[in-house]
Design a binder for this molecule. Sequence first.
Ligand SMILES: O=C(CO)COP(=O)(O)O
Length: 247
Amino acid sequence: MRKLAAGNWKMNGTAAALAEVSALAQAHPAPACDMLLCPPATLIARMADVARGTAIKVGGQDCHARSSGAHTGDISAEMLVDSGASHVILGHSERRTDHGETDAQVLAKAEAALKAGLIAIVCIGETEAERDAGRTLDVVGTQLHGSVPADATAANLVIAYEPVWAIGTGRTPTIAEIAEVHAFLRARLTARIGAAAADVPLLYGGSVKPSNATEIFAVPHVDGALVGGASLKAADFGAIVSALSAA
Ligand SMILES: O=C(CO)COP(=O)(O)O
C-alpha cells in the first residue's frame, strides 16, 4: 500500500499560506508516499491550482451528507470534487465536539463522499477520560463500526486514529499504545469491510512532528499520519514526508 502524509490545516490559512504549498512541492517532487493537504474550504480551489502537476493532493475537512439543497454554510462532496479535492476528512474530533457530529452522521457523510468519488478519511479517537477508564478499544471500535461505510474499499477509505487528548497538546501515546490500537483497528476494519481492510491506510494523528515521526512510522499498521500544526509549514511537513518515505 502507498503510505499517506496528510495535513489538516483546520481553520488556518489565507492566500499568503499558498507559498508553503509551492515550497513543499518543490522540495518533494516525487516522494515515496502520498502527500495531501486539507486547507479550509476557502482555499481548496486555489490550492488545487498551485498543486496541479505536483505530487500534492488537496482535500476538504468536511462535507454534507446531501449533494445540494437548503443547507446554509455547508458544502457537498460534489462541490469538493468540483473545487479540485480528491479526499475529505470526516468525523474529526473537533467536528464531533464543536458540531455534535455522531457516528451515524459521519457515516452518512462518508457514504456521500464515496458516491461523489472522493477518498474518505474517517477520524476516530478516545478522550483522555475514556483512556483513563480503560475504554479506548471499546470507544474506537464502536466509532469505526458506526462511521465507516460497509462497502468502502482500499481505494476510497483511509482511517485516522487521533486520540483527542494528543491533538495540539504535544502529548502522544506510547509506541506500545499506538501499536495496540492500530492492530485492533486493522482487525475491526476487517470485520467491517472484509479483506480489503488489509490495504486501507491507517494513519496516526495527534502531535506528530519531525522529532517523533520516525519512531511512530516504525509501528506496525501505522501507514502514515494526519498532521495538524506541523502541516502548516513546508519545512516541518516536508520532514514528516521524508520520515514516512524512509519508513
Ligand atoms: O487533529 C490533528 C490532525 O487532524 C492533529 O493536530 P496536531 O498535529 O496539531 O496535534
